[in-house]
Design a protein around this ligand. Structure first.
Ligand SMILES: Nc1ncnc2c1ncn2[C@@H]1O[C@H](COP(=O)(O)OP(=O)(O)OP(=O)(O)O)[C@@H](O)[C@H]1O
Ligand SMILES: [Mg+2]
Length: 424
């Protein structure tokens, strides 16, 4: 090669600071660490979000396979050098570091690899140290609190403890000891539990007990929140569509599974209706749930295919892909977002439209029934309304929904009263 080659090493201090702002929130940062635990084969992940004023800390302990000393050193490197198998949750070699420093100034990782030996490996990434030394150095000494916690947690076998201390992005700068700071940590614990319950619901509810993941937050078990309300008899499972996509000559598949959730009056209970409303409530929880290797990346919203609308709030659909399509879907580092490329978007338009039309119908029927529920002929009209809904569901399932739509339009013009009674 002609000419001289000049290597310019990045400024560790400056770069580390910039990497604090690549778009994590507290809950997504914790989820990225849980990804690591899942990849390490953990069956239990215990998360402690502990208020201690300015020395408050977050601890994430798993019983996965752990790391050797050399493995831990590589893990602490920005851009861990390693390869991945299909559907491993990691991708960038960054999450452990970037997720952690998005929330704290001091990340400690303590790991035990072997069942036979109790040896623990410790590494600390301290932003103050990186800034002062302007070097990519890590340290090897944990604070007594973290050291003692890890010693106790890892006493029985392999696993890894991740600790976040000096939570400058979490606690208020002024008065980290106050009641406000305490309430903030409490709220974050609740939101973490809710978010992990959604993102990892498939792992938490795995039907084979030996594969099932248990996550706890401050001692409370995280329950799976399945956006498709599978236990509700009124949920209508519509036929899936498999989208074929091509990436650099190789074909891949994205599967689209639409669901129509029942309206309030057809939920088993008012509580169930509220529960399935979800973290962002019905309107904003409508839309696409995008899963990468079974782990939810994005929940709710239509990814630009259409707008959120009260009338389609009962429409939810999963979109699932394997990690071999990562390049196509551009999973971001924080695993919070994918970009649906035009090729997939155009294939999605029709099934999404059909799902939303059906959701609007169900919504309309429910409003008609509600308006009429005080009428004297209530039982008969309710039966007709239920029949209308069942016909709708059958048409969706058999793939003849467009035909039923034409029939509905015809009936509305020829026998408006009957159409109304059917909820059409
Ligand atoms: N809890 C853990 N148990 C065992 N190994 C771990 C754990 N956390 C991290 N590692 C190891 O450290 C490596 C680096 O983790 P990091 O999260 O930074 O990157 P990644 O998971 O490979 O990719 P991504 O940036 O997509 O998260 C992992 O690939 C894994 O080998
Ligand atoms: Mg990771």
């Amino acid at each position: 090669m002609a000419g001289r080659r000049i290597e310019l090493t990045p400024s560790a201090g400056r770069l580390t600071n910039s990497l604090r702002d690549i778009g994590y929130e507290f809950v997504t940062a914790v989820a990225d660490l849980v990804d690591n635990s899942v990849s390490a084969g953990a069956s239990t992940v215990d998360i402690l979000i502990e208020f201690r004023g300015s020395t408050s800390l977050v601890l994430i302990a798993d019983d996965g396979e752990g790391m050797t000393q050399a493995g831990l050193d590589e893990a602490m490197r920005f851009g861990t050098r390693r390869s991945y198998t299909l559907n491993e949750l990691g991708r960038y070699g960054l999450g452990l570091k970037t997720a952690s420093i998005s929330q704290c100034r001091r990340l400690t990782v303590i790991s035990r690899r072997a069942l036979s030996r109790r040896r623990l490996s410790t590494r600390v990434l301290d932003i103050d140290h990186v800034e002062e030394s302007d070097s990519w150095e890590v340290l090897d000494t944990a604070t007594p609190t973290v050291r003692d916690f890890a010693a106790a947690t890892l006493a029985d076998g392999p696993g890894t403890v991740v600790a976040w201390e000096h939570l400058d992005r979490v606690l208020p700068e002024r008065n980290p000891e106050g009641g406000w700071a305490r309430r903030r940590l409490d709220t974050l614990a609740d939101r973490t539990s809710e978010y992990l319950g959604m993102v990892f619901h498939r792992f938490l509810a795995d039907t084979a007990a030996e594969d099932r993941l248990v996550i706890t937050v401050n001692g409370d078990k995280v329950g799976p929140w399945d956006p498709f309300a599978p236990t509700e008899a009124g949920t209508i499972v519509l036929p899936p569509t498999v989208l074929e996509v091509e990436l650099e000559g190789t074909a891949g598949f994205v599967s689209f599974n639409p669901f129509l959730l029942p309206p309030r009056n057809r939920f088993s209970s008012q509580d169930a209706f509220e529960y399935y409303s979800g973290p962002q409530k019905w309107n904003r929880q409508q839309g696409l749930y995008i899963y990468r290797a079974g782990r939810l990346i994005q929940g709710g919203g239509w990814s630009g295919i259409r707008a959120i609308d009260e009338h389609t709030k009962l429409a939810r659909a999963s979109l699932q892909f394997d990690t071999d399509l990562d390049d196509l879907l551009q999973t971001n580092v924080a695993k919070m977002r994918v970009n649906i490329p035009p090729a997939i978007r155009s294939q999605l338009e029709r099934p999404v439209k059909e799902l939303c039309q059906a959701a609007e119908e169900v919504y309309r029927q429910a409003s008609v029934l509600k308006a009429r529920s005080s009428a004297p002929d209530r039982p008969a009209s309710q039966q007709l309304g239920t029949a209308g809904a069942s016909l709708l569901a059958a048409a969706m399932t058999s793939g003849d929904y467009p035909a039923l739509e034409r029939i509905m339009a015809e009936l509305r013009s020829t026998d408006e009263a009957l159409a109304a009674a059917l909820g059409w």
